[in-house]
Design a protein around this ligand. Sequence first.
Ligand SMILES: [Zn+2]
Length: 330
Amino acid sequence: MAVMIRQKTIIKETATRGLGLHSGRDINVKLKPAPANRGIAFKRSDRPGSPALPAKSGNVTSTTLATTLGRGDNSVSTVEHLMATLLALGVDNLLVEVDGPELPVFDGSAVEWVRLLSEAGLVEQNAPRGHYRVTRPYQVASGDKSISVRPASRFSVEAHIDFGGAIGRHCFYYVESEPAFIREISRSRTFCQLKDVEMMHRQGLALGGSLANAVVVGDDGILNPEGLRYNDEFVRHKILDFIGDLAMAGVPVIGQFVLHKPGHELNRRFLIEALAQPGLLEMTRPGAEKGQSVHRPTYDQPSDDLPTDARSLLPRLTLTLEEALPSIGL
Ligand SMILES: [Zn+2]
C-alpha cells in the first residue's frame, strides 16, 4: 500500500530583504505559513487590497528574462528561484508577501531561499500531497530547443546547453532529492552576456544587476573575479529555472525530463501544452484513501504557538539540511 505523503508548510513566519534585479530597489519579503490545500501564493504588501496571486501556470504573464506572475500593477516577477526551492524542499502551502514588483535576486542563485526555509523549519500538514504522473512520452519543441518527458517513478532532469563562446557546451543530470538540490543546483547563479547587460541597461532593465548577483560573460571569458562555482554552473542554473517554472503546475510533476537549450518561455509553453493534453498528466494522491497507516503529529493550521521543538517532527529535512549546508558554505 502506498504511504501517504503529507503536504508541508513552514513552521513560523520569516522575512528577508535584498535588491530587486530589474528595479534596483531594496525589496522586503515575508514568508508566512498557509493552510493545507492552499498552495503557494504571492501578495503585494505595498498594494493593499490587491488579490493574492496563486503560483499557477495560468497566472504566468511574462517570461522575459525572468518568470512573472500576474499582470500590470498586481504582478510579482523573478519568482522562479523561490518556486524551485519550494518544490525541491517539498513546501506545498505558503503565502509570500513582497513590497515591490519582484523578489530580491540575492546572489543570482537559490541559496538565500534554502537558508530562509531551513531557518523557518517545515511542518507536515494533515492532507495528502498530490502529484502529476506522466502517462506517456511527450515533447514540445521550437527550432533546436526542446523539452521532452517520459513516464518514470522519480523526477529527473537532463539538460543540454550550447551557447558557444565563453559559456560553451554543457550537460547535467539531476535526480530529485533535497541534498542533491541543495548541493548541486541551488548555488548555481543566473548568467548573462555583457552585450545583453548593456542592452538591458539602455532599456531601463536589470538596473540592480551586477557581478554580485549574476555571472557575466564577456567575449574573453567570465568577468566575475571569483570565477564559477562549478565549471558547468550555467547548465545547472537552467535546471534550477526549469524546476521553478515546472512548479507552476501547482503539484510536483513526476517524470524523466530531457531539455535542449531550455529557457523560461519554452518552459512555460511546455507546461501549458502538457496540462492541456488529455490524459497526459494524471493527478494521483498516494495513500489518500488509507493514509491513516502512518501516524505522525500534524497541524492543520500552523501558527506561532507550535511547540518550539516542532522542527523535530521533520528529522529527514532537518538532517539533510544540516548535512548539506556546511558543504555549500552557509
Ligand atoms: Zn534563474
